[in-house]
Design a protein around this ligand. Structure first.
Ligand SMILES: C[S@@+](CC[C@H](N)C(=O)[O-])C[C@H]1O[C@@H](n2cnc3c(N)ncnc32)[C@H](O)[C@@H]1O
Length: 455
């Protein structure tokens, strides 16, 4: 069942309490649960009303899945206040306005949405259907339209809309058309059996530009934040104090965050290790290209090598010291290709396009600069050369390598990168070194590295 993840009762009860906080339903009020599934929220509303001695409002549950809709209808058959409609909430017209809307909309990303026709009709209908949108974002937009002027909405959704660039229009819309009363980052284990990063968002239809949004972070910190209205990421505003403390930036604790070696002629300098002639081996080092690295997979055994006309200390070898490599590169077709490069006008014809950085041979962390999801690998020996499609980070202290890499692959760093890096046209993240250098690294990550042994 696409997007069906039932909400546990304790979570439901806390959200219903939020919905009715200083805002009790009165006779004649109506309440909507879009994507109601088996009716977890409807049951929660009825529980709250019974516990508080309040008559339930008129409740409508909308559910796409016919068997779930039938199940909910059967469950509430004895409650005349409850009506279950089997329909596509996103494509049905807005004919009623509701004082209360509560729910756990489906999390289905664009990639998992079946059929171009449906995708196109969502794109036509919703301003927030931009880039790699997710169904829950459209549920927000559709529900703002259905919210009465004095209405309140409480949704639990993935927190991603708070920072991903594909939710820029949604953030703009929420800021313009509602007052974001609160954002509560719910625990990662809120849905038993799943690791999720949920956010409980409370929206009031009445806009109030003066009052800031109440924020509760997963660590328990509570604060207020004035969210920007231009669609920019809300994450830095929610995290304000977390990042304004004394945590060092990645650029402060690393000697280098840079792109790998750019030769300007990989066809000449980069060869398969298996095909490398014996006389060139002393000039070669193992190399990796972006296409050799697969997210979530271990660091691969390199199968390419790069021929390096430089000393390990970074100086270009004089032509006379190039030996077999000099003779190889000077063969007419290779020399011609090397001389065609623009850099050959200002430096010896056999030099790389960019100089050879000596610290590239230190233990380091490698990553792809354009990637669907950020992922980092450790080159512990330091002898692998990243080609220009791979970036590298050299921590000041080699003993911080593993702790830093582990943290970079964790949720905190991923969220920051999602929130702060640009996206390429295909939706992939661009992990530019200038942005990465600004990444705050919690002091505890650096502190947990083993102490360096005295020499
Ligand atoms: C995350 S589940 C939540 C179910 C229930 N509200 C709960 O919290 O236990 C989302 C529900 O939305 C339904 N759904 C998905 N797309 C829908 C659509 N376009 N219109 C109405 N319901 C939809 C799914 O079938 C699923 O039951």
């Amino acid at each position: 069942m696409k997007g069906h993840v039932p909400t546990p009762d304790d979570l439901v009860d806390s959200m219903v309490a939020r919905l009715f906080a200083s805002n009790e339903p009165v006779p004649g009020d109506s309440l909507l649960d879009p994507g109601c599934g088996g009716g977890a929220f409807i049951a929660g509303v009825l529980r709250w009303c019974e516990a508080n001695g309040v008559a339930p409002p008129r409740i409508t549950g909308v559910e796409l899945n016919p068997s779930l809709a039938a199940k909910a209808r059967k469950r509430f058959a004895d409650y005349p206040a409850v009506r279950i409609v089997q329909a596509n909430y996103l494509l049905s017209p807005v004919t009623t306005s509701y004082r209360f809307i509560i729910g756990n909309p489906p999390y289905v990303s664009l990639a998992n949405l079946g059929g171009n026709v449906q995708r196109d009709s969502y794109r036509k209908r919703f301003t927030s259907a931009r880039g790699r949108f997710d169904l829950y974002m459209l549920f927000f937009e559709r529900s703002i339209d259905a919210l009465a002027p004095n209405g309140r909405l409480v949704f639990i959704t993935p927190e991603k809309f708070l920072y991903v660039s594909s939710a820029k229009e949604l953030r703009r819309l929420l800021a313009a058309r509602t007052f974001v009363a609160s954002i509560h980052l719910a625990p990662e284990d809120a849905f038993p059996g799943f690791t999720t990063y949920p956010a409980i968002t409370t929206l009031d239809r009445q806009t109030d530009e003066q009052t800031p949004t109440a924020v509760r972070l997963r660590c328990g910190t509570a604060r207020h934040a004035q969210l920007p209205g231009d669609g920019e990421s809300w994450w830095p505003y929610l995290m304000a104090e977390q990042t304004a403390n004394d945590d060092p930036l990645l650029g402060d604790v690393c000697v280098r965050v840079s792109a790998g070696v750019a030769t300007g002629a990989d066809d000449v300098f980069v060869r398969a290790i298996a095909e490398l002639p014996a006389q060139l081996r002393s000039f070669a080092k193992p190399a990796v290209a972006g296409r050799d690295l697969a997210t979530g997979m271990p660091f691969p055994t390199p199968h390419r090598a790069i021929l390096i006309p430089y000393r390990d200390t970074g100086e270009l070898l004089p032509r006379a010291d190039l030996g077999a490599l000099g003779r190889h590169l000077a063969s007419p077709s290779l020399k011609e290709a090397l001389e065609r490069r623009s850099c050959a006008e200002r430096k010896p014809w056999y030099a790389f396009h960019d100089n050879f950085p000596p610290d590239i041979l230190r233990p380091k962390i490698l990553f792809k600069d354009i990637t669907k999801e950020p992922f980092f690998w450790v080159d512990r020996t330091g002898d692998v050369i990243p080609l220009h499609s791979v970036y590298y980070i050299v921590p000041e202290r080699g003993d911080q390598l593993d702790a830093l890499c582990e943290w970079l692959n964790g949720p905190e760093a991923s969220r920051w990168l999602e929130a702060n890096c640009q996206r390429a046209a295909n939706g992939f993240l661009r992990l530019q070194s200038s942005v990465l250098r600004r990444l705050p690294v919690p002091a505890h990550v650096l502190a947990q590295a083993p102490m360096r042994m005295a020499a």
